[in-house]
Design a protein. Structure first.
Length: 237
């Protein structure tokens, strides 16, 4: 094989590798989370987004903190928000279908953690656009925004083990997720999965995890509550 043929072969290999990378990146989509939730056929209750990032410059004064939070609030097009001062600046905005909290907290290393919490009780599909907007705002502030998403739905009555397994299979199929682990926590069925369609994951006991699916029976209201989270549910269930 002469040098020209060898060089040509190497170029072809690298082109194939790059094309594969383009395809892999191209198929990643957070919209799959909404599709998977809708496929569960549960009655939507609410969804939530949490974005955290460490701000490089230490904001000493309340005025500096307030300016930063106002920048985020305006980037999210928040209206009628309130600014409070309690161990640092915080912003709260609420209307009939959403609630947003933006706050600054000390990290203990002369850095501050900026957290944006958004909860929607309607327009659940808007959560993905809000996630992308938050990430863009955080990047402009030179922060790497770490995001978590969750969606809550309910079913009437107490689902059987077979029904729960069917719902889990359906949700994971839409997400193209492989089940990595499962647990029984305080009577709740908790499943962990990994999907290449999502752009984040955490390593847990040597396994990649980026999806958490929870089924919990609420005896008082006689309903089964379902939580779909990426990568993990952030609150009690």
């Amino acid at each position: 094989m002469n040098k020209r043929v060898l060089l040509y072969s190497i170029v072809l290999v690298w082109v194939a590798v790059l094309l594969q990378l383009v395809v892999t990146v191209g198929i990643r989509s957070d919209n799959k989370i909404v599709e998977a939730f809708q496929a569960s056929n549960s009655m939507p209750v609410k969804s939530a987004l949490t974005v955290t990032g460490i701000y490089d410059s230490y904001l000493v004064s309340y005025e500096e903190q307030e300016k930063l939070l106002k920048y985020i609030a305006e980037g999210l097009s928040l209206e009628n928000y309130q600014i409070t001062k309690k161990d640092g600046a915080a912003i709260t905005s609420a209307n009939r279908w959403s609630k947003t909290d933006i706050s600054i907290a000390e990290s203990g290393k002369k850095q501050q953690i900026v957290t944006t919490d958004i909860e929607l009780t309607d327009r659940l599909s808007a959560l993905i656009n809000l996630k992308e907007t938050c990430e863009k705002i955080y990047r402009k502030l030179n922060m790497e925004g770490k995001c978590s998403i969750s969606m809550e739905g309910v079913y009437h009555g107490n689902l059987s083990a077979a029904q729960i397994d069917d719902m889990k299979t359906t949700v994971f199929k839409v997400l193209e997720a492989k089940e990595q682990d499962k647990q029984k926590i305080s009577g709740s069925n908790v499943y962990y999965g990994y999907s290449k369609r999502l752009d984040t994951f955490q390593a847990v006991d040597g396994k990649k995890i980026n999806t958490q699916l929870i089924f919990s029976y609420n005896e008082k209201n006689d309903r089964t509550e379902m939580y779909l989270a990426v990568p993990f549910f952030q609150k009690d269930f």
